[in-house]
Design a protein around this ligand. Structure first.
Ligand code: FPP
Length: 247
């Protein structure tokens, strides 16, 4: 079996041009499990292990923000047992990792309407948000009951409300101001978006923010996604010429 030399890969990364914000659509848990004749939830469970590893790897590279798509506004359509399993895994992840996240100076943030999640999840999330709120290292931004369209509609409603209250003038609304009404108001737009599992679509993820984001796709299923894949994505990203519409 081919052994990957991790330090070789890390050496290829230009530390002066690290993407500030990486976003990941963690996909392929179900197919990973199916291939092994396991229930889909086994794929999600394995996926949590990759979350821990990738968070650590990203934080070690001094990435400012890592956004992870954990549960979409559309994921409620899944069988209730699978939704329940995902909720329990979120709780497990926070309970297990909170001390480590805090020790590594990571600040947890969420995007999406978390108050539609079961109370037991909201409670854990709130504990983690509170504990890590003053941390100054990487922001771990987790999409929970998140949808890009939902986020944009919510922003429009809040803008309308502020205009009505006289807090904002219609003529002052521009793309920059608009982005202040998104969940990511304090974060830079993603530089790099990673989607494993062979699917080539956005699935309602960070629709406004990815206008000039570089995409990196891979056939690997999320439960097989290791730090080496993150490093490869970054190396590939660093070869690209980002013109932002210029020449
Ligand atoms: C997509 O794979 C994955 C999800 C909908 C859930 C992702 C959640 C985790 C990895 C675990 C919990 C997250 C955190 C942050 C602790 P899929 O089920 O759609 O896979 P498939 O397309 O192969 O069916």
């Amino acid at each position: 079996m081919k052994r990957i030399n991790l330090s070789n890969l890390i050496d290829q990364i230009d530390m002066n041009r690290i993407p500030k914000h990486i976003a990941i659509i963690m996909d392929g848990n179900g197919r990973w499990a199916k291939k092994r004749f396991l229930p889909r939830t086994a794929g999600h469970r394995e996926g949590v292990e990759r979350v821990s590893e990738i968070v650590e790897a990203a934080s070690n590279l001094n990435i400012e923000c890592l956004s992870l798509y954990a549960f979409s506004t559309e994921n409620w359509k899944r069988p209730s047992e699978e939704v329940e399993a995902l909720m329990n895994l979120l709780i497990l992840y926070i309970k297990r990792e909170l001390d480590r996240l805090h020790k590594n100076n990571i600040r947890l943030q969420t995007m999406g309407d978390i108050y539609k999640l079961p109370t037991k999840v909201v409670d854990q999330v709130e504990i983690a948000l509170e504990k890590t709120k003053d941390n100054t290292g990487m922001v771990l931004n987790i999409g929970l009951n998140y949808g890009g369209r939902d986020e944009i509609v919510r922003a429009v409603k809040n803008i309308l409300a502020d205009v009505k209250k006289g807090k904002l003038k219609e003529e002052d609304i521009n793309p920059n101001i608009f982005s202040k009404y998104l969940y990511t108001s304090e974060l830079p737009d993603p530089d790099l978006l990673i989607r494993p599992s062979g699917e080539l679509r956005l699935s309602n993820f960070m629709l406004y923010q990815v206008a000039y984001t570089e995409f990196w796709f891979s056939e690997i299923y999320w439960p097989d996604f290791k730090p080496e894949h993150l490093y490869k994505a970054i190396i590939d990203y660093q070869q690209r010429d980002r013109r932002f519409g210029g020449i």
